[in-house]
Design a protein around this ligand. Structure first.
Ligand code: KG4
Ligand code: ZN
Length: 351
């Protein structure tokens, strides 16, 4: 069984070929980071045009690398949402065209399901498991019961975690993307200098919030003497912010571990999404998992950030269960994994 997967929902154009046993035959990713860095963030129109310009070439590259032709494919999957709709349409239309011409099934993949099922490819994790999805666009805790079966335990009521890292980085003069820059600066900073509150800590439920923390950083910046921030100020702000964000996430995860273990047999905590690259967060999650008697699973970084291997794999998981889609499937800018979960409120909420 061989499946081609396409990912175009954000600022990475990606194509990958994966087989039914989870062997990655090709993995091509093109980051648009440089195109967006000049604007200090992702510009949807720029992203859509870049996907359009590069996707064909990337598909050809992946097929070459995998040493397969279109006739060898059993199915083609593409991210059909949630995400920036202009980009999503580019991937969906390409996949539908391949499916129509080569008479193979098309599979509409939920980008979040791609992230969610990656640990089954990388670490053979069985259902059910607890998932923390932390990226630039999402911050959710989900019980993953099976393919297409999710129960949301918590979500952000305002910003996503990665978004908070990016915005704080911008505020203190670090570049885009902000997450890695904050982590680097934090290494030489004093996390105790600014006593930021830990958002949501001790509150019932498993929801997240980051906008108050973001405001607290801005207030701290404004309280410093006028003029450019010193390196020490930047490092201390980064370290203090990161410590607060990590502790806040840790507290939410602690609650989710308890809720999950009361309802399910599974004992794995899986992390996915770009923020999972953060070493301090990983250490915190590992500690929380160990305390709760859970295994901690973090797929390799290249599979945590946006990629098409996860889309090809999610497509395979669906294909194996007979879940394919018609060519009339409409791309969805919003597409919650757990449609029964109440919509979160607040500015910036995306899912
Ligand atoms: O999953 P991803 O590649 O793209 C989506 O948002 O879907 O995640 C990107 C996010 C960005 O907000 C970036 O700042 C954050 O992940 N990030 C990090 C780190 N590396 C990337 N955040 C904190 N620490 C990091 N080391
Ligand atoms: Zn993502």
């Amino acid at each position: 069984m061989i499946v081609l997967g396409l990912e175009t929902s954000c600022d990475e154009t990606a194509a990958a070929v994966v087989d039914g046993d989870g062997n990655v035959l090709a993995h091509a990713v093109l980051s648009q980071m440089d195109e967006h860095a000049v604007f200090g963030g992702i510009v949807p129109e720029v992203a859509a045009r870049a996907h359009l310009a590069h996707l064909d070439r990337l598909i050809a590259k992946a097929m070459r690398e995998a040493k397969v032709g279109f006739a060898d494919l059993d199915a083609v999957g593409a991210t059909a949402g949630p995400g920036l709709i202009g980009g999503v349409l580019v991937g969906v239309m390409s996949a539908k065209a391949i499916a129509a011409v080569h008479k193979i099934p098309f599979i509409a993949v939920n980008h979040l399901e791609g992230h969610a099922l990656t640990a089954r490819l990388s670490d053979k994790v069985g259902f059910p498991f607890l998932l923390l999805l932390v990226s630039g666009g999402h911050c959710q805790l989900l019980a993953v019961e099976g393919v297409g079966k999710y129960r949301r335990l918590g979500t952000t009521v305002d910003d996503a975690a990665g978004e908070a890292f990016d915005k704080v980085a911008k505020m203190i003069g670090l570049g885009y993307p902000g997450g890695p820059a904050i982590e680097r600066a934090a290494k030489s900073g004093d996390a105790a200098r600014f006593a930021f509150a830990r958002p949501m800590k001790g509150r019932p439920g498993c929801d997240f919030s980051f906008s108050g923390l973001k405001t607290a950083v801005r207030v701290a910046v404004e309280s410093l003497p006028p003029g450019p921030l010193s390196d020490k100020d930047v490092n201390d702000l980064a370290a203090s912010f990161q410590a607060a964000a990590v502790e806040s996430v840790g507290d939410r995860v602690r609650r989710a571990l308890k809720t999950f273990s009361e309802a399910y047999e599974g004992r794995s905590l899986v992390v996915a999404g770009g923020v999972a690259a953060n070493t301090a967060l990983r250490a915190e999650l590992e500690k929380r998992a160990r305390t709760a008697g859970f295994a901690f699973v973090a797929p390799p970084l290249a599979l945590c950030t946006d990629n098409a291997v996860m889309i090809a794999w999610a497509a395979l998981e669906r294909f194996k269960r007979g879940l394919t889609d018609g060519l009339d499937f409409q791309a969805r800018p919003r597409w919650p994994l757990d449609p029964s979960a109440p919509p979160a409120r607040g500015a910036g909420v995306k899912a």
